[in-house]
Design a protein. Structure first.
Length: 135
C-alpha cells in the first residue's frame, strides 16, 4: 500500500507539478530507494536504525532547502512531517528500551502526510496558476 501511495504521488508530482514539486519528488524518491537498501542490509529495528535516521535527516535537509527557496506553502507541510519523522528517531534514541513495532510505526507514519502534502501542494499550485492566467 505504501509503495502504491508513494509511486502515485511521485508520478503525479513529476507529471503535473512545477519545478519545486519535481525537486521534492526527486528527494523523496532518493530517500525511498536509500531506505529500501538500508533496510535490506539491516532489518534490525530493535535499536535506532542509524542509517535510516541519517537518510531521513538528509531528506529533511533537502526539503528544508526547498522550503526556504520556494514560493509555495506546501513545502512547509512536507518539512513539518519529515521533522516529526526525524524526531521519532531522536525520541527512540533517548527512550532506552522500547517496543520495536512502535518505533517502526512511528518512524514511517509521517511519510503519509508528507506525500499527501506533495499531492495537495501540486493541486493548489495548479489551481493558483490557472486563476492567474484567467485574470
Amino acid at each position: 500500500m505504501f509503495l502504491l501511495l508513494t509511486a502515485s504521488s511521485l508520478i503525479f508530482a513529476i507529471c503535473f507539478g512545477e519545478r519545486d514539486a519535481r525537486w521534492a519528488a526527486a528527494w523523496v524518491l532518493a530517500a525511498v530507494i536509500a531506505t529500501a537498501v538500508a533496510e535490506a542490509l539491516n532489518r534490525n529495528w530493535g535499536s535506532v536504525h542509524l542509517t535510516v535516521a541519517a537518510i531521513d535527516l538528509c531528506l529533511l535537509a533537502g526539503l528544508g532547502h526547498l522550503m526556504l527557496t520556494s514560493r509555495s506553502y506546501w513545502p512547509i507541510w512536507m518539512v513539518a512531517a519529515q521533522l516529526l519523522t526525524v524526531l521519532c528517531h531522536v525520541a527512540a534514541a533517548l527512550a532506552g528500551p522500547y517496543n520495536q513495532r512502535v518505533y517502526t510505526a512511528l518512524a514511517t507514519l509521517w511519510s503519509i502526510p508528507c506525500l499527501l502534502s506533495l499531492v495537495v501542494g501540486v493541486v493548489l499550485d495548479r489551481r493558483a496558476t490557472a486563476r492567474l492566467r484567467a485574470g
